[in-house]
Write a protein that binds this ligand. Structure first.
Ligand code: PFF
Length: 455
């Protein structure tokens, strides 16, 4: 009864394409540097355990709810609520998603732009020994125009993929790039695990220390699971609107969660053995790790065979760049699909509009590290403000609304039909999944949300 049968909508052509595109959205900057530092600082294997519980008990149900909304409506995230709940206020969740997608893309592309710059520097062999990498990084990010140029080039790369369309752009790109990304991870891991500091690095990463798992750490693990799986903004609902009728939703969500967690854990296997191979080097938190500590490590650890350091560093930044790009195309697609379908603009024009808006807002985020560092709204620069608004506000709130919408508003029969493909699939543990969507996810995310707001 609900289904929108618009014939001209794009579709993902294959199951593999669906998994790789959704995993591409999930695997991003969040996995490769944020996750390993959180693990290292917050109790090693104990943190990983807590994190995995949240991935499967909390983020996966939200992902499934997004899949139901997207494939069940065959519309963009705003159109989905218009189709499934006409005239009802649920549509607000759709608009929040579009806004969130634009804000995330605006600040995320700043870091992606830095990564592009470091990739170029690395291949041009300019990240050589004897430099103060802290000062180099600081000079670059505070420069008024250089980081913006790289950010814009990165946004244009994102634009290029999105404007080619769902099957020829997003799917084709993900099908080539995700395997490349996985191959690079395995190669880098082999490199890293053979380094002299490997065992110390692994001990730092994996030693389970439950005493470090405080309430704050548990809540940050929840937030990390949510951001890492790209749930709450309708990004995966938008992708799911391009799924075919026979796409199994439950196993797809499970595979995406598995792949995302694997990449996050393996990134730790790459970074820490390398960092601990340099005597006296301590893992830094946040951007410092990737842009300051690692260039130093690449030089020191491979001082006797510089060509290996050159290769390792180049591959590492390419990995980060690809991971960022497969994520940004999914953020871009939320707003592009919305504008294209709601305002009857061509897909290309809709994509141009989104790219221009993100360039404008993104430049403000970039400038907040340099000339605009004094410009504050609610005590935050633009970059921090957008990060806060999305990760701490729009994503959790979106997650609560999405799961409540599916389990409390939609007809249970419709939801079960989506999850079982009209009864043709046997889904083990279906009632447990429905329970997670109905109770565990909204309450769990609600707790994180209230806690974040209170801090
Ligand atoms: N999951 C991405 C990461 O871990 O880097 C970030 C992300 C992608 C957030 C898409 C939100 C989104 F809609």
């Amino acid at each position: 009864m609900y289904v929108n049968n618009s014939a001209e909508r794009g579709n993902f052509g294959s199951r593999l394409g669906v998994i790789l595109a959704s995993a591409g959205s999930a695997v991003g900057l969040g996995n490769i540097w944020r996750f390993p530092t959180e693990v290292g600082n917050n109790g090693g294997a104990a943190f990983i355990l807590v994190y995995l519980c949240f991935v499967f008990l909390l983020a996966m149900p939200v992902m499934l709810a997004e899949f139901v909304i997207g494939r069940g409506s065959k519309a963009n995230t705003v159109g989905a609520y218009r189709t499934l709940a006409p005239g009802k206020p649920w549509i607000v969740a759709g608009f929040m998603g579009v806004l969130g997608g634009i804000l995330v893309l605006s600040f995320y592309s700043v870091v992606a732009g830095w990564t592009l710059h470091y990739t170029v520097e690395s291949f041009a062999n300019r990240l050589t020994a004897g430099q103060d990498f802290g000062a180099v990084f600081n000079d670059f990010v505070t420069n008024p125009w250089k980081p913006i140029i790289f950010q814009f080039i990165f946004l244009l790369m994102t634009h290029f993929v999105v404007s080619r369309g769902v099957e020829r752009g997003i799917e084709q790109f993900s099908k080539v790039m995700m395997p490349v990304l996985l191959i690079i991870i395995v190669l880098l891991m082999c490199f890293s695990l053979n380094m002299p500091g490997a065992s110390e690095g692994l001990r730092f990463l994996l030693r389970p220390d439950f005493s470090k798992v405080t309430t704050g750490v548990v809540l940050s693990a929840m937030g990390q699971a949510f951001f890492s799986l790209s749930v709450g903004l309708g990004c995966l609902a938008t992708y799911a609107s391009y799924f075919k009728k026979d796409m199994p939703l439950v196993s797809s969500a499970f595979n995406v969660c598995l792949l995302d967690s694997l990449v996050a854990i393996l990134s730790g296997f790459i970074i820490f053995p390398a960092v601990f191979s340099v005597p006296g080097m301590a893992p830094d938190a946040g951007p410092g790790l990737v842009y300051i500590t690692l260039p130093h490590v690449f030089n020191e650890a491979f001082a006797s065979v510089p060509v290996l350091g050159y290769l390792f560093s180049g591959m590492f930044y390419i990995l980060l760049l690809l991971a960022a790009l497969t994520s940004t195309i999914s953020m871009h697609e939320i707003a592009t699909a919305f504008i294209h379908e709601n305002y009857h603009l061509s897909r290309r024009s809709a994509a141009v509009l989104v790219t221009l808006i993100c360039m404008l807002l993104g430049a403000a985020c970039s400038l907040s590290f340099g000339p605009w560092s004094e410009v504050k709204i609610w005590n935050r620069g633009f970059f921090d403000l957008f990060d806060f608004l999305t990760a701490k506000f729009l994503m959790p709130l979106g997650g609560i609304l999405i799961t409540m919408f599916v389990e409390w508003y939609l007809d249970r029969k419709f939801v079960v039909e989506q999850l079982t493909n009209g009864g043709t699939l046997r889904v083990r543990g279906l009632s447990i999944l429905l329970f997670l969507i109905r109770w565990v996810a909204p309450i769990g995310v609600g707790i994180v949300f209230l806690n974040e707001i209170a801090n």
